[in-house]
Design a protein around this ligand. Structure first.
Ligand SMILES: [Zn+2]
Ligand SMILES: [Zn+2]
Length: 272
């Protein structure tokens, strides 16, 4: 049983309405031992038609987190994280953010939510890109992002874009993107970063979590050892989604441990 969910959102994220307390109570009822909230902060996000801007009230989040951590200290471990949406031009702004308050977080996820300023979640993205072009451009963006912003622990949902390819989805073949993916994975490994296994992929109908099994296997084959686990839940009922399927998936990919970060340092926990 995997007992930590380290990718969670509450209403401090633009796209969640869940209270932090409801998420915590669900975590307790699921028997989880550790939760890490990772609220969205996307530097320079183009505001959506629904008015979502993915900015974060850092201090309100911090204060509520500390209050909840103290209130539930005897029942569940709560960790303070953040999911940064990075773009190529975000480096200086995010490094500035980190130098001011980055030290308060246990865990920082480096995620890519935009390709050339457009969220592939938006329908127009795949109206102007073939699946192959879109996916390649997404991976190229991740590679840029990893180079411009170094203060993070894990690379979030590495093939997030695959959730949004319209049906019929072509099968994913690592070889088609091996040049850029190998570069991403080698960079993560050489800089001691983890790769996230995000079960929202399964939730959204992909046959694998994000990323695809072939990416997980390749990361392992290249020497990657650090993986982090999260459901990316934005509401209580999605917490720890499909965690019962992860031990087999992770064993097949060659992993025996996952990493749990406190104060940005990993503890390796056996997967059983
Ligand atoms: Zn994300
Ligand atoms: Zn997320």
């Amino acid at each position: 049983m995997l007992i930590s969910d380290t990718h969670l959102h509450s209403f401090f994220s633009s796209d969640s309405e869940a209270s932090m307390e409801d998420m915590i109570l669900q975590g307790i009822s699921l028997g989880l031992r550790t939760l890490c909230f990772t609220e969205h902060y996307d530097h320079d996000f183009p505001v959506t038609d629904d008015g979502l801007d993915f900015q974060l009230d850092f201090d309100a989040y911090h204060n509520m987190f500390l209050q909840m951590k103290e209130k539930y200290a005897s029942q569940i471990e709560l960790l303070h994280g953040i999911e940064l949406g990075v773009q190529k031009h975000s480096g200086p702004a995010l490094i500035n953010f980190y130098s001011k308050i980055g030290g308060r977080y246990d865990f920082i996820i480096n995620s890519c939510h935009l390709v050339d300023g457009v969220d592939p979640y938006e329908k127009m993205f795949f109206e102007t890109h073939t699946p192959e072009e879109g996916v390649r451009r997404y991976f190229e963006s991740i590679l840029d992002n990893l180079k411009v912003y170094p203060y993070f622990q894990t690379a979030g949902h590495l093939d997030y874009i695959c959730r949004y390819i319209p049906e019929p989805r072509p099968e994913f073949h690592y070889e088609e993107y091996a040049d850029v993916l190998d570069e991403i994975l080698k960079l993560l490994i050489s800089s001691g970063k983890a790769l996230e296994v995000n079960t929202a992929g399964l939730k959204k109908g992909l046959p694998w979590p994000n990323p695809h099994m072939d990416i997980l296997k390749r990361y392992r084959a290249l020497g990657g050892e650090l993986i982090t686990i999260g459901s990316d839940a934005h509401r209580p009922e999605d917490m720890a989604y499909a965690f019962d399927r992860l031990p087999d998936i992770l064993a097949e990919a060659g992993f025996q441990y996952y990493a749990l970060y406190r104060d940005q340092k990993p503890e390796l926990i056996p997967i059983d």
